[in-house]
Design a protein around this ligand. Sequence first.
Ligand code: 5GP
Ligand code: ZN
Length: 112
Amino acid sequence: MENCLFCKIANGEIPSNKLYEDDELLAFYDIDPQAPVHFLVIPKQHIGSCAEVDESNSALVAKAFELISKLAKELGIDSFRVVSNCGADAGQSVPHLHFHVMAGREFGWPAG
Ligand code: 5GP
Ligand code: ZN
């Protein structure tokens, strides 16, 4: 989608510090990390948020979670938090579905 930051990162127009890439998914480090380990997993296809997940694209979400599990093992993190903010009130600032994966510190609950 035009003028979408994460679409531009997905197609290489904007550089990122990549952890993993295939035809469908990209994992890259967050530019403003909120934990010692903080990366994002996105589908390359533009999906606005969790609110736009449906039967046409949910396989990508399943693959994203398979990738999160694989990368956590590779990075040696066995305790981590996965977050997807959906909508402005929930703190979503980039309207392209992404999963934050954070580790390396203790996290409070409930999330702020
Ligand atoms: P949200 O606020 O939508 O849940 O998460 C968006 C995330 O994208 C934020 O954690 C923010 O730091 C990150 N971010 C914003 N712009 C860039 C960028 O240009 N590159 C990278 N790697 N991360 C970004
Ligand atoms: Zn997008």
